[in-house]
Design a protein around this ligand. Sequence first.
Ligand code: GAP
Length: 440
Amino acid sequence: MPATDLEQIVSLCKRRGFVYQSAEIYGGFRSTYDYGPLGSLLLRNVKEAWVRSMVQQRDDVVLIDAAILSPPQVWQASGHLANFSDPLVDCTECKQRFRLDKLDDPDVCPNCDSKKSFTEAREFNLMFKTYMGALEESASIVYLRPETAQGIFVNFLNVQQSMRQKVPFGIAQIGKAFRNEITPGNFIFRTREFEQMEMQFFVEPGTDMEWFEQWKQLRMEWHLALGLSPERLQFHQHGAGELAHYARAAFDVTFDFGGTLGFQEIEGVHNRGDFDLTQHQQFSSKKLEYYDQLNNKRYVPYVIETSVGADRVTLAALVNAYREESVEGEDEGRVVLGLHPSIAPIKAAIFPLTKKDGQPEMAKGILNDLRMAFPMDYDESGSIGKRYRRQDEVGTPFCITVDGQSTTDQTVTVRDRDTLAQDRIDASQLKSYLAAKLVG
Ligand code: GAP
């Protein structure tokens, strides 16, 4: 049975070291979260899967890592200072604040049920502002980036020239972004500090819609390859009223989080046209054109953007993977995280069946060999059933057991998390056996 409530995921995340409320010992810092030992491995695996498919497995996309702090000129040019805002209303009865465009009924307060109690909507800019240097004056204002994309646009020429890139090509980046969201919530779904994995693909004007379609399909395939169920994934096309200030066309990849959340955006694919490069060209007075040597022409490239939240995909992967099930012949059921092996935080756990007869020594020898290739866990406490359950709950795809037979014939059993099938194999074959099953 899948999770029926996000609280089941939140509880597992805390219990098993995936995600904790930030500053919990001080009562918790609202809507910020810290990734624990297993959560940080899962998040890192999601990001590595993205880099593998976006950069490593392509000839035409390169990776950068730009600064988080940036001067106002960047955000003036990008349009974020003028346009990156949400309509904010206050309830005059209960004093709660809401995003007008997210209310089920714009005349009824969802907190206190008062009717017609909202103030006039006012635009609230979502960017975090701070000061650079010792003086808190207007000349030293800087912003925390609300999207990583602008770090790519301002480096377009640097990358194109230093890497001798020819259009069409892309620049990818993973990094933190910050938005002073009016209504953060739903665990790590909407927070004020989050990580984006963005790629801007620079193309010749006129070829943009073809590339847009291609990237749309490629991005859906990536989510499927990460193990998200096809029936939980859908496209949502932005209507004219929904489009961001920079977008000519946009599709969201949405995922069904279940419960009251339902289908929600996890990734946006946008045709940004030449909006950003033209704006930066104008505000910086630097030409941001591409010279097409072959056809002897200059142009400002159009951009197809793919923008996905690392935290949102991680939450989607957790929701998608969570299941509670009964086990034949056992009274107690089990909680399983059926994570795709490529993103599972621990790839295999090794157990000696007993703490004697040379079994722990043999198991530790195997552990030390395998941990050079895969993140591993070792557990010798409690019954073997309990040890399996502990690993099922954190998504470990394989459990290796050293038993009485192992110390005589050097074989071990490998149990599959999902099928519960056990193979007996030669310990010397473990590395290649696991490598074949863990390809991501
Ligand atoms: N550069 C385009 C851009 O930023 P977006 O649709 O605003 O587009 C892209 O954001 C993705 O970033 C979203 O699909 C989502 O996965 C993630 N994201 C946006 N705001 C977020 C928030 N407050 N918390 C967590 N993830 C967020």
